[in-house]
Design a binder for this molecule. Sequence first.
Ligand code: DX5
Ligand code: ZN
Length: 223
Amino acid sequence: MSASQRTVRIAPSILAADFARLADEVAAIEAAGADVVHVDVMDGHFVPNLSIGLPVIRALKRVTRLPLDVHLMITNADDFLARYAEAGADWLSVHPEACLHLDRTLATIRELGCRAGVALNPHTGLDALTWVGDRLDHVLLMSVNPGFGGQRFIPRSVDKIRAVREWLDREAPDATLGVDGGVNTSNAELVRRAGADVLVAGSAVFRADDYRVAIAALRGDSV
Ligand code: DX5
Ligand code: ZN
């Protein structure tokens, strides 16, 4: 399938939202055309930062109809899968470095009724995916080193997006390919053309004056 035929989903990352007004922020992106809410969970171990966890996801679930795309940046992801699913995660992505038995982890995520995702750090090769193609619903390709919002997109990620897209077309054609980190209205077209169909964007949405305009531009729609 060519890039222009693919349905593109925009997943604003609430890491860049105003946490004091989180329900309003999520309502605003929903009204502005967001497809998915990206939720970054950090534990201060797997990444050098702390963010939010189960109580916030539970609260978000009550105020939005959008799917919650939960990105686990935590060392003991396996211990928490059931609790994140119960709290309301619809998609659950894990980093292979944090999961000793990735095949089992992905199977568990599906058993819990969630879409199973693998998040690839900038240095992590496609070999992490090689033998789990049949367990995958989503690949979350990190185009920054995880841990912080507002970082600059790593340019060589574009080649990696192409490579993962080629691999998915062959091995897991129903899986989606998300790109996370430094995605903005200037590089979104490049990212989409390379094969991404889920664009995660924190700053590019929540720092914009008009969320609707930002989301449309990321998607490649004219408003
Ligand atoms: C980084 C997170 C990203 C981050 C993206 O660890 O996984 O989801 O919030 O933020 P921006 O779009 O500002 O780079
Ligand atoms: Zn993320």
